[in-house]
Ligand binder design. Structure first.
Ligand code: FER
Length: 302
């Protein structure tokens, strides 16, 4: 038997019941949402919601409103040396007569380019927000953040952590140029957002905060331990503040990884870097990620 990943051993120590099954999500079982891992959880005074709970049905398809389109595309990655896949949402009425901002939306350690689809239906969620005038029409790109030749979420998914770091070059050198050559996009930092869940949240902070020349809008939902130390990501708080349009940090108060987000929040607060700090009542789960996307998307590109 292979040795257990360290986090599973830790989780087994802290959790009263069996560790959450990361792969329950793989089977699309939304009802089996893990309630967080890693622990113990110590909450601080300002670990509070910045937004109310969203109404029910935020990503339920509505008839009688315009719908966007979701497509799977392929691109040649020079970084990985393979043909890779990503999903692209184009908003209702998408036309090459106009230009659109782009949100790059990253998945977690057990997922791939289809994972967001299992947690939230981002396409339907955006259709609904746009119909209600709550979000601007935007393109959403859901790439595969595991930049290695076999990028399937197979075997010990924690062994692929280095590939999540390699994705920085794939994103900057391959994914973004592909999107900007094939779609009608604005190609400047003010019109690019980077956000993700868990491992993808860590990637968004690691890549976004060190490439503010590329992204002005950054979101991390339940950022994972791949997040680099805050002082490394924000060595010059005044310069970061100057460039950022939005830095959005969210986490559930039942998520055993909350110390990662708390550490980032504490550093930003201490150094007066404006950011959204949203702690809700959820865990390391689909509801937290779906709701975070709902709140984050409404703040983008305004
Ligand atoms: C870890 C615990 C969790 C870790 C990554 C994760 C790299 C990611 C979880 C997810 O993406 O859901 O120790 O280390």
């Amino acid at each position: 038997m292979k040795p257990l990943p360290i986090f599973l051993m830790l989780a087994a120590t802290f959790l009263p019941t069996a560790p959450p099954n990361l792969f329950a999500q793989e089977r699309g079982a939304r009802s089996e949402e893990p309630r967080g891992f890693g622990g113990p959880i110590v909450l601080n005074e300002d670990d509070k919601p910045a937004f109310p709970e969203p109404p029910a049905g935020i990503d339920v398809k509505r008839e009688g409103i315009p719908h966007g389109r979701l497509e799977m595309i392929e691109y040649d990655s020079r970084t990985v040396g393979t043909t890779r896949r990503m999903q692209v949402y184009t908003p209702p009425g998408y036309t090459t007569d106009e230009k659109y901002p782009v949100l790059y939306l990253l998945h977690g350690i057990g997922g791939d380019e289809t994972e967001w689809q299992r947690f939230a239906s981002p396409d339907i969620l955006l259709d609904n927000l746009i119909a209600d005038g709550k979000a601007v029409p935007m393109i959403i790109v859901m790439p595969n953040g595991r930049a290695q030749k076999n990028d399937r979420a197979e075997g010990d998914v924690f062994a692929s952590a280095p590939a999540f770091a390699n994705f920085e070059r794939d994103l900057l050198d391959d994914v973004i140029p592909t999107i900007e050559s094939r779609y009608s996009t604005y190609n400047d930092r003010e019109h690019r957002a980077l956000a993700g869940l868990s491992m993808g949240g860590g990637q968004s902070l690691n890549f976004g905060l060190t490439h503010l020349d590329t992204f002005a809008w950054i979101g991390a939902f339940s950022a994972a331990p791949n997040t680099k130390p805050p002082a490394e990501l924000v060595p010059d708080p005044a310069a970061t503040t100057e460039q950022l349009e939005l830095l959005f940090l969210s986490c559930g108060n039942q998520d055993g990884l909350i110390h990662i987000s708390q550490g980032m929040h504490a550093y930003l607060k201490e150094h007066d870097v404006p950011h959204v700090w949203h702690v809700d009542e959820h865990g390391h789960d689909a509801t937290h990620w779906r709701n975070s996307l709902y709140h984050f998307a409404q703040m983008l590109f305004e």
